[in-house]
Design a protein around this ligand. Structure first.
Ligand code: MGD
Ligand code: MGD
Ligand code: SF4
Ligand code: MO
Length: 721
């Protein structure tokens, strides 16, 4: 028996886990690590199933190659050669714009995703770059990019110190938090109330999070931008603003908000005018306050406007960049911020002309790019850690489109609804055989923090790490061939990183010798060497060795004000009225006159689920983690429904079991995504198949400034089954 410590990679809370393993390397228990200064022993059912997940007999252990409908296991060299043949044929016949890549959510949780996807994208040389970000948080990137000049400068609520938290469209009691890395989010919310703070939740469902709050408000799906504008309006009208940072565009925002009085928006959002006024007064009066809005408000037609208004309110109430308000984390691997001001629309998608954001095109138009003939039609696809057939809007259309690709290669541990269309599947090693560091998530943490987890178990002989898999794909795509050594890519990147650092005035290694610095780096793999370099060049002067000495992680203190060093706008101030967002606010105003749909669909998450891919782990499926349509009993009665209903939208129809509950607003129904398991080798998931909510979501609708998918507020009709 031995004990090992390891970060949980299954959600954004980054809990530290304590594992016990037997002599054969089997996990015998998974507990929260009580000595972890950040997560302090917290764990959820997903983290506790990490051993079961790695040992899932349906996980792929060797590369899979498909010929027609026939799958067979192959060796790694053979698999990489098949990838080289497949990609090269498409590039030679159609050019690089015929290639596309889709990066899924777990890339935010792996070292491989953080370090090797960028080189892969560069090597592919295509503008057809898609990811789960445009099914998720792209509106926040765009609003922060336009307001602060950097799409990664995302302020997080200072959960542990705030006196007032207004939370919209988030349910951390199920999700454990997002764009707000906070292990034991539930405990931090309880602590907020214990210290006399106030916590208000805005959600079309009375969630478990809402049950913990001082107040819960129902809001009509997709209308948060109106509610937030009502608050902005009141702050100006009642002279409650207390701007504490330098801003541009204050008068424009004030003028725009004129038309969105709490009275004017009350009917559309379903929040009485006097409540909106009171929220504005409470936010202004609280010693400190934070407005935090997540996926429910992002994946909506005015997602970017909503995200922008969240931070407009944080600025107007004097809460941007101060303790207890919303603040920017400072990570141990931060090595210089972007130099050019942020902009979107540097290029547009071929078929629908949708603007690029963060170098990506909207996943909502991926099927168009595959199906529409002409110069630049996508004919080959690389996916890493994604399942867009279940996760993207109108996934059913993608399912068909993928079937028509000339070549598809997927890096994924499962043969799932998406990867079943691949010609080659390259499975990464189990979690516990991989090193872990949270490059992305720690930059949204509520404390400054660093934790490295070395692999708990040694690599399996002959099996490449995920970093090596993606590096080899990059080398194949750049024409270096299937046999090229992935270590060469790491050396190239390290050399560039160190060269830039020694030439940068004020850097900790300014003027030093690159070879000498390279010789001083340590790590058991290219990924670890690169982490060591970033830590050494980072603001705390840490190193991999220092992190190895602290297996429970290193607390780097509470968040500190740092707006000045974060700002990258041309004006050097916070831009309160970026023209793109003002234009969309005008569209929002025009929409006020349009009557709302009678019934709209939203999603939801469950504590024991994770998008589409934990349904094959026995202990996590079943019970209340089920694919049901939540519906208010009033609607059940009014529509004469019983047991099941047929739900129709502009894109499709589904027959679903009903779950009547008065915790959901009348006129709103909720179906979780990530279900609809079919055609895969996952036996447990097949027994709990459910239906694909994204058969109902409409890929032709996007949030215009960001191109983000619209999952919430989808008009549907219901009929008895
Ligand atoms: N209707 C509706 N649709 C939604 C949402 C919604 O709220 N409603 N939410 C959206 C959101 S927020 C997101 S993030 C997307 C998610 O969209 P996706 O990322 O496309 O979907 P996931 O189900 O997370 O698929 C993750 C895949 O990664 C694989 N995987 C797991 N771990 C690893 C690993 O370490 N390496 C590799 N290579 N693969 C791994 C899994 O097997 C799985 O196939 O879904 C979106 N879709
Ligand atoms: N257990 C579990 N944890 C997860 C995931 C998971 O699938 N399962 N997924 C992970 C991922 S990829 C992400 S992005 C995060 C997301 O983390 P959260 O943002 O916390 O996501 P949800 O739990 O879906 O909560 C969204 C809430 O928004 C509400 N909502 C829907 N439409 C609207 C609207 O128009 N307005 C408002 N105000 N509310 C609305 C829904 O009812 C729901 O309660 O969770 C992550 N963590
Ligand atoms: S809350 Fe998230 S990080 Fe923590 S144990 Fe659960 S899944 Fe893992
Ligand atoms: Mo997500």
């Amino acid at each position: 028996m031995r004990t090992a410590h390891r970060t949980c990679p299954l959600c954004e809370a980054v809990c530290g886990l304590r594992l016990t393993l037997d002599d054969a390397g089997r996990v015998t228990s998974v507990k929260g690590d009580p000595d972890d200064p950040f997560s302090k022993g917290f764990i959820c059912p997903k983290g506790a199933s990490l051993g079961a997940l790695d040992e899932d007999p349906d996980r792929l252990r060797a590369p899979m190659v498909r010929t027609g409908g026939e799958w067979r296991e192959t060796g790694w060299e053979e698999a990489f050669q098949a990838v080289e043949r497949g990609l090269t044929a498409v590039i030679e016949a159609h050019g690089r714009q015929a290639l596309a890549v889709y990066l899924g959510n777990p890339n935010a949780h792996t070292m491989a995703g953080a370090l090797y996807n960028a080189p892969l994208i560069k090597a592919l040389g295509t503008r057809n770059v898609f990811s789960a970000s445009t099914s998720d948080q792209m509106p926040k990137h765009v609003s922060c990019g336009l307001m602060f000049g950097d799409p990664l400068a995302i302020p997080v609520p200072d959960l542990d110190r705030t006196d007032y938290l207004l939370m919209l469209g988030a349910n951390p009691l199920e999700s454990n938090g997002s764009l707000c890395t906070a292990p034991d989010f539930p405990g931090r919310l309880k602590a907020l109330r214990r210290r006399g703070g106030r916590f208000v939740v805005v959600d079309p469902r009375r969630t478990r999070t809402a049950a913990l709050a001082d107040e819960h408000l129902f809001v009509r799906p997709g209308t948060d931008a109106y509610l937030l504008f009502g608050i902005v309006h009141t702050l100006f009208a009642e002279d409650l603003t207390a701007v504490g940072v330098e801003v541009e565009g204050l008068t424009e925002v004030r003028a725009l908000a004129e038309d969105f009085s709490p009275k004017a928006v009350a009917e559309v959002c379903g929040v009485p005018a006097e409540v909106t006024v009171r929220l504005a007064r409470e936010l202004a009066a609280a010693p400190t306050a934070a407005v935090y809005a997540r996926i429910g408000t992002c994946t909506a037609e005015f997602g970017t406007v909503a995200q922008w208004l969240v931070d407009v309110i944080n600025v107007l109430t004097g809460n941007l960049d101060r303790p207890g308000g919303v603040m920017f984390a400072k990570t141990a691997t931060e090595t210089g911020r972007r130099s050019r001001p942020y902009t979107t629309g540097r290029w547009h998608s071929r078929v629908r002309g949708l603007p690029e954001a963060n170098g990506e095109l909207p996943v909502a138009t991926l099927a168009d790019e595959i199906e529409t003939p002409g110069e630049g039609q996508v004919r080959a696809l690389v996916t890493v850690a994604g399942n867009p057939v279940l996760s993207a809007p109108n996934g059913v259309r993608l399912d068909r489109a993928f079937g028509g690709l000339e070549f598809m290669v997927c890096v994924d541990p499962y043969l799932n609804e998406t990867t079943r269309h691949a010609h080659v599947i390259l499975p990464p090693p189990p979690v516990l055989r991989s090193p872990h560091y949270d490059f992305a998530l720690l930059s949204f943490a509520v404390r400054n923090y660093a934790r490295f987890s070395p692999p708990v178990l040694p690599p399996e002989p002959g099996r490449p790490s995920e970093a090596e898999i993606i590096a080899r794909l990059a080398m194949i795509a750049s024409g270096q061939g299937a046999e090229a050594d992935p270590a060469l890519l790491d050396e190239l990147i390290l050399d560039q990183m160190l060269r830039r650092a020694v030439e940068t005035p004020g850097s900790p290694v300014e003027g030093r010798d690159v070879d000498e610095l390279r010789a001083g780096l340590e790590g058991g793999s290219g990924a670890e060497l690169r982490l060591d370099a970033m830590l050494k060049l980072g603001p705390y002067g840490l190193s991999l060795a220092a992190l190895r000495e602290h297996p429970h992680g290193i607390d780097l203190g509470p968040l500190e004000p740092r707006l000045a060093e974060m700002l990258r706008t041309v004006s050097g101030r916070v831009e309160l009225a970026p023209p793109q967002l003002v234009a969309d606010a005008v569209r929002l105003r025009e929409r006020l006159a349009v009557p709302p749909a009678e019934i709209v669909l939203i999603g939801r998450r469950h504590l024991r689920s994770n998008n589409s891919w934990l349904h094959n782990v026995g202990p996590l499926v079943g019970g209340s983690n089920r694919c049901t349509l939540q519906i208010n009993p009033q609607d059940v009665a009014r529509l004469g429904l019983d047991g099941h209903a047929v739900v129709r939208s502009s894109t499709g129809e589904l027959t679903v079991p009903l779950e009547p509950t008065d915790s959901i607003m009348p006129g709103v129904v909720s179906l979780p995504h990530g279900w609809g398991h079919a055609g895969t080798t996952q036996r447990t998931a097949a027994e709990h198949a459910g239906v694909n909510a994204n058969a109902l979501t409409d890929e032709s609708k996007v949030d215009l400034p960001s191109g983000n998918a619209v999952f919430n507020g989808v008009p549907v009709t219901l009929a008895p089954a």
